[in-house]
Design a protein around this ligand. Structure first.
Ligand SMILES: NC(=O)c1ccc[n+]([C@@H]2O[C@H](COP(=O)([O-])OP(=O)(O)OC[C@H]3O[C@@H](n4cnc5c(N)ncnc54)[C@H](OP(=O)(O)O)[C@@H]3O)[C@@H](O)[C@H]2O)c1
Length: 247
């Protein structure tokens, strides 16, 4: 039995990593998935693989474009996942441009997506919204500063959604992973493969599929059950600063 048969789902950041694995997991349960990312070729390739899927080129930082593309779609569920880290170092050495990109994508992009999908859900009296937070939204780590701040903001927005939509029939979930091996570090370190590899050296990191599995769990509970917060660590990661690496 397909548990999401005929449901219309949105996944932002579906061109890679957690978003791509989540799109596959949702489609595997019968959902028709709208795949959003800037790299159209990648979401188009994925759309060809997933029955009923559609690809959309969108930069979530562009609020007007996000509203135009998504506000009239009757989504049953939305996974608000698009996000990135850029740079890692002391705050006073940070780049204003990197800060803007992170804040505009991880916070404002998430808000743009919510503004596009939640009014329709409220009108229909149902809908599942999953936000990609992070353990970095619960504990800071040296050099994480602005990226961590964006994920603390995601937690604040998650808690606000719960109270602002109380009784409206919607369910909200924040999924907060630790280390997941994706392109995340490659993007963060701007293509420095060596530095990106070091993040996961000697650690059996989480996979995008591990996170997709948790998202699928949350959105397939019976209607009276709202899984609120899911924190997922790699077993070797005790906190954002303590990681046991095999030598
Ligand atoms: N990897 C980890 O360890 C980890 C841990 C905790 C939380 N997270 C969170 O998980 C989410 C997904 O990250 P990931 O690890 O899967 O990284 P990833 O493999 O680099 O994927 C990031 C996705 O976000 C999309 N994206 C970035 N900027 C965008 C924009 N302006 N407009 C539309 N889409 C945009 C990218 O697509 P395009 O480049 O094609 O636009 C890509 O599909 C992020 O929110 C991240 O903060 C990751």
């Amino acid at each position: 039995m397909q548990r999401l048969k005929d449901k219309l789902a949105l996944v932002t950041g579906a061109s890679a990593g957690i978003g791509m694995a989540t799109a596959r997991a949702l489609a595997g349960e019968g959902a028709r998935v709208v795949l959003v990312a800037r790299r159209l070729d990648r979401v188009q390739t994925l759309a060809r693989e997933l029955p009923g899927a559609r690809a959309l080129a969108l930069d979530v930082r562009d609020g007007a474009a996000v509203l135009r593309a998504l506000e009239n779609e009757p989504f049953d569920l939305a996974v608000v996942n698009a996000g990135l880290g850029l740079g890692m170092g002391p705050l006073d050495e940070g780049s204003i441009e990197d800060w803007s990109t992170m804040l505009d994508t991880n916070v404002k992009g998430l808000l743009h997506t919510l503004k596009a999908v939640t009014p329709g859900m409220r009108g229909r009296g149902r809908g599942d919204v999953v936000l990609l937070g992070s353990v970095a939204g619960r504990q800071v780590y040296p050099g994480g500063n602005v990226y961590c701040a964006t994920k603390f903001a995601v937690r604040g927005i998650y808690e606000s959604l719960r109270v602002d939509f109380a009784g409206a029939g919607l369910r909200f979930t924040t999924v907060d992973p630790g280390m997941v091996e994706t392109d995340f570090s490659r993007v963060r370190f701007k293509g420095d493969e060596e530095r990106a590899k070091k993040v996961y050296a000697g650690v059996h990191a989480l996979t995008p599929e591990d996170i997709a599995d948790a998202i699928l769990y949350a959105v397939t509970r019976p209607p009276h059950v709202n899984i609120g917060e899911i924190v997922i660590w790699a077993s070797a990661q005790a906190s954002t600063t303590v990681v046991k690496r095999a030598t």
